[in-house]
Design a protein around this ligand. Structure first.
Ligand code: ATP
Ligand code: MG
Length: 441
């Protein structure tokens, strides 16, 4: 089977000489430069490529630097002591400098049928691809034109085979080759389209955009662990809210978070959408301020609505709140894990955040003091606040906890006394108030 993208091969690249672009070595990480020069000294071609080049051209700070070369992985390893070969799907060299890793990829080729052993395709999906090739072939196997610009360490020029520079200047995200075929080969490219559009504020070119709505189902064939990695990039890149909106717009979100989508679709315009949007906006804000974020809180937010609904059903069926939450979390997580693998180090604290939620309704001395000392109190409290801010629980309850935390013993006594007189109030809005049954068809 011929998988080479049906385009622009055998054409002359556009060479953009150093004076005509703004990439300066001063903005490239020292370690990436070491790798580029090391390869060059070894007699190999070496280019900076991908997001590093794209972001530098846009005047943004690159997240990481990727290198492309004609050296084989084993040859790369021979040049650098601090090098490890990784990957099966794509064999890559990682050059380690403390915490920074420079990824070095050998030019990937278009390949011919005889090489089929090195390229494995299942249902149109590329599962192994270790055919090496020329710079030009490497360029057309990349995803978007703006990701296929090469910075040549030999003369500091840019090499552009696919019109990436022009697209970059226009803020245009365009898949190289036939979009549908490229999405089928690797469905993660659909998520990448959304991610880059959100992060860079780029427009998705019509032919690249058109298949998105139709092909979401193919995400099911992506290994859950890879989807998790991609999820982190989608939601921890500082543009989580826009990403979420775009994912829903292209009907991709439903293939990642089916239960959440079902819950949101049922009550759009009301509490759950506000809750999720606020949670994502908070995350973006924290990232914008340079504060640390973990996926835990974010994932707990994304899955809360389906958990809450199942919780209500279980409590309505007579289970205690602790048991109801245990069952609800278990069910939703089991379904979610089949699509996106959430490692235990995130899934366990997520469940703890949920499990602590009903306990914020119990404001007697012993229980309140115990909750306060729980190791996960802070995250659970933030979560409870978010619920209050989006109208799911009474703001009064959240205020009480805010005051209780900061109060001295005497003030705490007063707060606890006041809580004693608290009677369940009538809801002003159907979705306001403590967790309470709603219509969960
Ligand atoms: P960032 O690192 O900012 O998230 P990036 O574009 O550098 O964005 P990486 O995942 O680091 O993304 O990949 C580096 C480069 O490898 C990309 O720019 C692109 O050229 C190529 N690439 C990555 N993933 C794919 C893919 N699924 N299909 C085709 N090419 C890809
Ligand atoms: Mg990168």
């Amino acid at each position: 089977m011929d998988l080479s993208p049906a385009i622009q091969t055998q054409r002359e690249p556009r060479i953009i000489a150093r004076p005509e672009h703004n990439i300066s070595r001063g903005n490239i990480s020292e370690n990436a430069l070491k790798v580029l020069y090391g390869l060059k000294r070894g007699g190999f071609q070496a280019y900076l490529v991908g997001g590093g080049v794209r972001d530098l051209l846009l005047g943004r700070e690159p997240k990481d630097f990727d290198v492309a070369t004609d050296a084989l992985p084993e040859e790369v390893r021979a040049v650098f002591r601090n090098c490890r070969l990784i990957g099966r799907r794509f064999r890559l060299a990682h050059v380690h400098f403390g915490r920074e890793i420079i990824e070095v990829a050998t030019f990937r080729g278009a390949g011919a049928e005889e090489d089929a052993g090195e390229r494995l395709v299942t249902n149109g999906m590329l599962v192994r691809d270790n055919i090496y090739g020329t710079l030009e072939e490497d360029a057309v196997r990349r995803d978007f034109t703006v990701n296929a610009l090469y910075y040549n360490i030999a003369d500091f020029s840019l090499v552009d085979y696919v019109g990436g520079k022009a697209d970059l200047e226009q803020g245009m995200l365009r898949l190289i080759g036939d979009p549908e075929q490229r999405y089928r080969e690797d469905p993660v490219r659909m998520l990448r389209a959304v991610r880059f559009a959100a992060k860079l504020g780029f427009t998705i070119e019509p032919a690249t955009e058109q298949p998105l709505r139709r092909l979401g189902e193919h995400l099911r064939s992506v290994p859950p662990a890879r989807l998790f990695e991609e999820l982190l990039k989608l939601f921890l890149g500082g543009a989580a809210l826009v990403t979420f909106e775009k994912l829903r717009h292209f009907d991709l979100f439903s293939h990642l978070f089916a239960d959440t989508e079902a819950a949101l679709a049922r009550q759009e315009g009301d509490f759950p959408i506000t809750f999720v949007s606020r949670g994502l906006a908070n995350t973006d804000e924290r990232i914008g301020e340079g504060k640390p974020v973990t996926p835990t809180f974010l994932l707990a937010v994304l899955l809360w609505e389906p958990v809450r609904m199942r919780y209500l059903e279980w409590t309505a069926a007579g289970k205690s709140s602790a048991e109801a939450m245990l069952f609800a979390a278990g069910e939703v997580m089991a379904r979610q894990q089949a699509v996106v693998a959430l490692p235990k180090r995130f899934s366990l604290p997520m469940r703890e955040i949920w499990h602590l939620q009903p306990r914020f309704e119990q404001r007697n001395a012993r229980r309140a003091a115990r909750l306060l000392t729980h190791p996960r109190f802070r995250a659970a409290y933030d979560f409870y606040l978010l619920r209050a801010q989006s109208g799911e629980v009474d703001a009064e309850g959240a205020d009480w906890w805010t005051q209780f935390q900061e109060a001295d013993p005497n003030e705490r006594h007063h707060l606890l006394e006041a809580a004693k007189g608290r009677r369940p109030r009538r809801r002003r809005r159907p979705t306001g108030g403590e967790i309470q049954p709603v219509d969960v068809r």
